[in-house]
Design a protein. Sequence first.
Length: 220
Amino acid sequence: MECLEKIHYDSFNAQYKMERLQKNDEDVNQETREIKAGVFAMKLSTRKLPKHNNVSWRGNSCLKDGDSATEFKDLVGGYYDVGDAIKFNFPQSFAMTMLSWSVIEYNAKYEAVGELNHVKSIVKWGTDYFLKTFNNTADSINKLVTQVGVGDTCGGKTNRNDHYCWMRPEDIDYQCPVSQCDSCSDLAAEMAAALASASIVFKDDKVYSQKLVHGATTLF
């Protein structure tokens, strides 16, 4: 099992370590992948973090995301791109789609290592954000949010943005710009896939599952 230094996770108690030693390498590797995926997602989380946040050096960030001049006034939440404090809907959608399908395919595995509720909360963190990025109550839409934040240093630009201001997300004190589009069928399709797959993950929560299905149908 690869070193997990700097990751403080309550699953790694003495009992868990003893149980781990009794399992074959494949089981250990599977558990490692599942736990690392969960911790990695928490590192990239944005908004007010939950009390059970297991990444001690991450805090609340970008609690004012949104565009007050449009219907997208509240865009708090979701996940940052790796290495940035920008929220790109396309890679987020792909990540949530793949993570949802891992829960669908390996539900028992997640449950066996005590990670099922955790991974479901990670998926919901993403889908809750997606539902804010378009009118999810409508039957059809003509615009959606593509990203929150921007990185641009071209031509010596020094305006405050994610690539010019190198800082922790927790220290960002400027308003992150919101980008929208009205002709991005590829993004809409990927977001639809994320919501549709997540609706299966939350099939036991009929109200939320149906909300995801409706959102996916609207996007598609």
